[in-house]
Design a binder for this molecule. Sequence first.
Ligand SMILES: [Zn+2]
Ligand SMILES: [Zn+2]
Length: 347
Amino acid sequence: MKALRKLHPGPEGVRLCDIPVPPVGEGELRVKVAYAGICGTDMHIIGDEYDAALPVTMGHEYSGLVDAVGPGVTGFREGDPVISMTVASACGTCRCCRQGNELKCPERKSIGSGLDGAMAEYIVVRADRAFHIPEGVSLKTAALSEPVGCCVRSVVEVSAIRAGDYVYVSGPGIMGQLTAQLARLSGAHVTVGGAAGDGERLALAKRLGAGATVDVSQCDLAERAREITHGEGFDVVYECAGVSPSADACLKVLRNMGQYVQVCLFGKTVPFDMDGALIGEKHIVNSFAADRSSFEITLRLLEARRLALEDLITAVYPIEDWEQAVAHVRRRDGYKILLRPGDWAEG
Ligand SMILES: [Zn+2]
Ligand SMILES: [Zn+2]
């Protein structure tokens, strides 16, 4: 089968390989992958900025149909539309695992970095980590479950957002757009910020419910923040751009004792005004990846059509054209780019 693999470090390290279809074992499902999304994390793996156990098939955002059911599995049948959790295994004995936070287990293995992932015609996953896609939700939309789940963790599970809060979301890419929608669903007044060239993305954020948008290359963010929040500063800020100037700006427009939530990876060490955070007793919290609960909330939101996701799928490339797809992601033009790994009749 075709599989997009990171074989070794360096710019030539990624290759579309032909590898055997993986066998399905006890308690496992083999899934024929319909769509596999390219995530910021995949870009960091390609750029040698994120730890991965090489060689490995990339991809942790996907949807597909059950192709084979392993011995001992109940609740799934061939042909069922499914997604699965990113974390595939954890040690089970460390403090994080004992307290039910295996997402933070230092020994955890995730698909697409620690174990073979979804940028392939087939992926094998543990059935107890798979979820049925709700009826009426397309495979294409369901392929966004993991990024939605990460934002659900940020907004719904980790942050202390409350109805009526003034919220600032920095970065109008896919994560920022999802975060903004979830913050609005939580009852906040949402402002989305972008930089030069983000005009269209900011317009979309407005269409999808943001109360205000700011192009930080055109106007003074601190001044706009004072206008919007009546001089008080934002109650919660979400850093969804993963660039250093954005982190600094987010911290500055956050009110004292407000909450700064880091959503995206920077891929490098960034300077941070810790004195400003200290003096204002600003709470810095981090949210990375999606837990079981995040996926469960996500699937409820998808089933209830509470999120506008169609506008966030920009393009679908056959896996053979992965280089064009990666170049498309690098252009920062649009939102989610999906790969189509196999031969599928339906679009
Ligand atoms: Zn992802
Ligand atoms: Zn553990």
